[in-house]
Structures are given as C-alpha cells and as structure tokens.
Design a protein around this ligand. Structure first.
Ligand code: TRP
Length: 338
C-alpha cells in the first residue's frame, strides 16, 4: 500500500522583534507540534510588515531575530522561509488583485481596525498596501496549495477571502487549479496580560503586559509575582481572570502535577496565590532556560544558520515558481525563461 501524501500546512508570522509566551502558547507551540503530522511551511512575512509605517533597519534585524527565536523553540529550519526571498508571492498578489472584489476588501475588519490605528500613529496615512494586505496573504497560502492554515479566529475573514479568490480564479480559468484551504483553529490557550488580565498578552500595550520567552529569570519572577489575581470583585465559586490566566499558563507549560494539585487546593479553598505564582514562575523559567540555551547554540554559528535559512527559502521558492508558471500559463501571460 502506498503511503498517502501528507497534507500541506502553511502559516506565517510578521517580524515584530521579541516573542512572548502569549505568541508561543497561542500559536508557535502548535506550529512545532503540527510538524509531526503534516508537511509544514512557515513564513516570516516581511512584505506584510511594510504595510504600516516602519523602520527598514529594524525590519531586517527583526526578521532574523524572529528566525532565531522560531528555531530556538523547535520550528525545523527546512520548514522556514523569509517572504522577501520568495518574490513570487508579490507577483501572485498582483494577479489575485484582479480576481478580488474591491467591496469585499473594504469589509475586512483587520483593515478597519488598523486604519483606525493609523489615525493615531501616522497622521491618518493609510497605505494601499494595508488595504491589499489580505490579498498578499491569499498568495502566501495558495502559492503552496496549502490544505490547512493554522491561525487564530481573528484571521477567519482573511481565510474566507482566500477561498473566494481561489474559487473565482478556478471558475474563470475553467480549471480546479487552486486547492481551497481550510483554517485550522486549534484550541490554544488565550494568554492574558499579567498586569491586566482582561486584555491579551501583547507587546504593544507596554513592558508589563507581556513576558518575553528570553527575558531574564528575575524579571519573569517579578512579573508573575506582581500578576493581578483577585481584584476583590471575584464572585464566590467563580475564578477571577487573573487566577484563571495563571492556571492557564501552568497548564500550557505542561506542569501537569503542580497544575492538578493547585487546582484541587483552589477548589478546597486552601490555595495560596503565592504558591500558584511560584509554580508558574518556575514553569516559565524552566521553558525559558531551554529556549535560551538552544538560541545561544544557534547564535554561536549565526552565519551557518542564516545560510541554512536562505537555502530552505530557495528550496521553498521552487514550489512557488512552479505555481507561478502554471498560473501565468492559465492567465495568458508570458513566461520568463531562466
Ligand atoms: N495576517 C496574519 C496575522 O496577522 C499573518 C499572515 C500573513 C498569515 N500571511 C499569512 C497567516 C498566511 C497565515 C497564512 O497573523
């Protein structure tokens, strides 16, 4: 019996410096796990990072920092590519622009949110790139014929648009060329800010609202110790968001025994929050140590790692180039002969 071809998974992340436990438990840990079951391609999407005002030097350093961070937590180098090393994404994006409904793009909630932000951060300048962002995302996905796209619920609308583009293209070309990708909404923990457990852990909210994977141990301990627990408003028998978040972190860090014991204590009414916080701090520090050690190894031979990622990007590019040849053939465009 021949082995069935493994399903193709594609996901991507924007290069924005540091990675925190919210990113890790909410998405990247799942990327690592999916590598066991599927063929996975993961992109660091630097073209997407240009859609809002940005700093070119920082873009380049953040791109490589993110690559090292992803490798340190267990993403395989052969799965990884940098988007600007596969320029076919932007070429396909143009073609897809011609198969995308302008009206549908105006209804993208991420565009509306981000353009509202621009009012505050860049004097109201909204680039056409920000508007077109979801079409480039569709190109990222379809160019590799991804079956599954692990993303958060906030990306559902972009996935729907991607399927619509694929369908419109297929229909106009009279050929079922593009695979219609499905989102993979894995039930990942939603980690909140230790300083304000009603909001997501996020860098943009400021230093005390996130814990970096590579933060020093004292700082991790301090942030967990000062995490908000009960605000006094917690109803009897109802866990407050801050306490819930601490348990969520413990579970996500796979400190199963401590998790079970402390949860039992919580239900008995004997739990001391300092014990819970100690256990969470220990668990996060333990993980952080592993990640730091792995990252230090990688950084010791920075050149070799960069070369490896450029090679894997080049290999992944050959898939994208094949798709572009097919697409240009179907669209009545000319082929570049290399
Ligand atoms: N838009 C995604 C986000 O904000 C990032 C992204 C870009 C992406 N291209 C993608 C995600 C392709 C999945 C597939 O998180």
């Amino acid at each position: 019996m021949s082995e069935a071809k493994r399903k193709q998974v594609l996901s991507a992340i924007q290069p924005t410096g540091d990675m925190h436990f919210g990113n890790y438990f909410g998405a990247v840990k799942n990327w690592v796990a999916l590598q066991e079951k599927y063929d996975c391609i993961y992109g660091v999407v630097d073209y997407h990072a240009m859609t809002m005002p940005y700093n070119p030097k920082k873009l380049r350093t953040h791109t490589w920092e993110l690559i090292f961070n992803l490798l340190a937590v267990g993403v395989k180098p052969e799965s990884l590519f940098i988007q600007s090393l596969v320029p076919e994404h932007t070429e396909l994006c143009w073609i897809f622009n011609c198969f995308t409904s302008y009206g549908q793009l105006t209804r993208m909630t991420q565009f509306k949110d981000k353009s509202r932000q621009s009012e505050e951060t860049s004097g109201g300048f909204i680039s056409a790139g920000l508007f077109d962002y979801p079409v480039l995302q569709a190109a990222d996905i379809l160019i590799y014929r991804a079956d599954y796209v692990p993303v958060g619920k906030d990306q559902e609308q972009h996935l729907e648009l991607t399927r619509d583009i694929a369908q419109r293209f297929n229909q106009q070309m009279g050929k079922e060329y593009f695979v219609l990708p499905e989102p993979l909404f894995t039930d990942t923990p939603k980690i909140t800010s230790p300083a304000d457990p009603t909001r997501k852990m996020s860098k943009s909210a400021g230093e005390k609202h996130y814990i970096s994977l590579f933060e020093d141990e004292q700082r991790i301990r301090k942030k967990i110790r000062s995490a908000v627990t009960d605000t006094g408003a917690a109803a009897e028998g109802h866990m407050s968001p801050g306490v819930q978040n601490l348990f969520e972190l413990l579970k996500a860090a796979e400190a199963t025994t401590a998790y079970q014991q402390l949860l039992d204590q919580y239900h008995d009414g004997t739990l001391k929050y300092v014990d819970l916080k100690e256990a969470v701090a220990e668990a996060l520090i333990g993980l952080s140590r592993q990640f730091k050690a792995r990252r230090a190894e990688l950084l010791a031979d920075k050149k070799a790692v960069k070369r490896q990622i450029k090679e894997s990007s080049a290999r992944i590019r050959t898939i994208a180039q094949q798709t572009m040849r097919d697409v240009k053939e179907l669209c009545g465009l000319q082929q570049v002969r290399y």
